[in-house]
Design a protein. Structure first.
Length: 68
């Protein structure tokens, strides 16, 4: 049986913590910071936890052993 491959785009966008949570970067956190408030910049700077049905999909994309 062939090995399951990790999705390359998923591994660039998500990471798995030691406890198994899948984290992603906040949205609107790439450029044009001069138009955003300080509160918004702080908020999007923090990583977000992926939950629900998206977590199931992310675990599948990241591979069998990631995110146990």
């Amino acid at each position: 049986m062939p090995k399951q491959k990790t999705n390359s785009s998923a591994k660039k966008r998500m990471r798995v913590t030691g406890t198994g949570k899948i984290m992603r970067e906040g949205v609107n956190n790439q450029h044009k910071f001069e138009h955003k408030s300080s509160a918004q910049k702080r908020r999007v700077g923090a990583d977000q936890v992926i939950t629900g049905g998206d977590r199931k999909m992310a675990r599948k994309l990241l591979g069998k052993l990631k995110g146990r």
